[in-house]
Design a protein around this ligand. Structure first.
Ligand code: HXC
Length: 257
């Protein structure tokens, strides 16, 4: 498919999406959100893809929702179109998703990164929820996912002051999995995505579902869910392959079965 606001490529089992509105620092307009979901649909339905990588440019992962597009919206319009419900479709993806973030990840850009499963940040990355300065607040999960990631103190600090947080602070706070030199970002992020994609896809998806369950349930119910899914994994050929490969001292050859 021909896209105007994103670039799409496949590297082995990794499907990569690069946000590409450089003049607007990759601001998330309606077209970009639609195209992003279309590209994710295509990677989801492609059985050869085991991990999805989302990135932006050196200057910006994404500087937020498109303020110029939002400026004149009315309450009934936002309500009727369920403005940014498109974010829910991104967050509900079942394959693993890695965000490779350099430069600004602000507002909806930070929220998009947080919808991914792992954030790998360049040392140039700047995260923030500056919506308060525009007279609104985060609207694509920022008050919820940021709070779960970094706790109330830091989430309140960022959401109420609108200040930006650098990569080191973001890693210290638990938002970011790794910080790497900017010139190594894509290499490191692709290596991580390729490592993930080399695993069994159904087992990856069940593991993602189980980790995410931690945010939705009590500890005892979450542990029970984990154990039941863990048991179910013994019905897969990939469990037999993974364990027999270990015993035979050879690399596993997972069949996604
Ligand atoms: C539309 C944007 C934009 C945005 C930047 N641009 N961010 N356009 N929406 N979110 C545009 C600028 O207007 C400008 O275009 C060009 O990108 C370069 O930006 P500059 O401001 O000139 O660059 P710089 O001085 O380096 O500052 C970078 C910046 C700043 C600090 C990132 O652009 C900024 O503060 N942007 C807004 C960040 C923000 O508030 N994000 C949250 C959005 S609300 P022109 O053509 O004018 O030169 C949000 C809500 C989500 O995300 C929930 C919705 C439901």
């Amino acid at each position: 498919m021909a896209y105007e606001t994103i670039l799409v490529e496949t590297r082995g089992k990794v499907g990569a999406i690069t946000l590409n509105r450089p003049k607007a620092l990759n601001a998330l307009n309606a077209q970009l959100m639609t195209e992003l979901n279309q590209a994710l649909d295509a990677f989801d339905s492609d059985a050869t893809i085991g991990c999805i990588l989302i990135t932006g440019s050196d200057r910006a992962f994404a500087a937020g929702a498109d303020i110029k597009e939002m400026e004149e919206k009315t309450y009934p319009a936002t309500y009727l179109e369920d403005f940014f419900v498109t974010g829910d479709r991104i967050a509900a993806r079942r394959k693993p998703m890695v965000a490779a973030v350099a430069g600004f990840a602000l507002g909806g850009g930070c929220e998009l990164a947080m919808m991914c499963d792992i954030i790998i940040a360049a040392d140039t990355a700047k995260f923030g929820q500056p919506e308060i300065k525009l007279g609104v607040m985060p609207g694509i999960g920022g008050t919820q996912r940021l709070t779960r990631a970094v706790g109330k103190a830091k989430a309140m600090d960022l959401c109420l002051t609108g200040r930006m947080m650098g990569a080191e602070e973001a890693e210290r706070s638990g938002l970011v999995a790794r910080v790497v030199p900017a010139d190594k970002l894509l290499e490191e992020a692709f290596a991580a995505a390729e490592a993930i994609a080399s695993m069994s896809l159904p087992i990856l998806m069940m593991t993602k579902e189980s980790v995410n369950r931690a945010f939705e349930t009590s500890l005892s119910e979450g542990v029970r869910f984990e154990r039941r899914v863990f048991h179910a994994m013994f019905a897969t050929a990939d469990q037999k392959e993974g364990m027999s490969a270990f015993v035979a001292k050879r690399p596993p050859d997972f069949k996604n079965a």
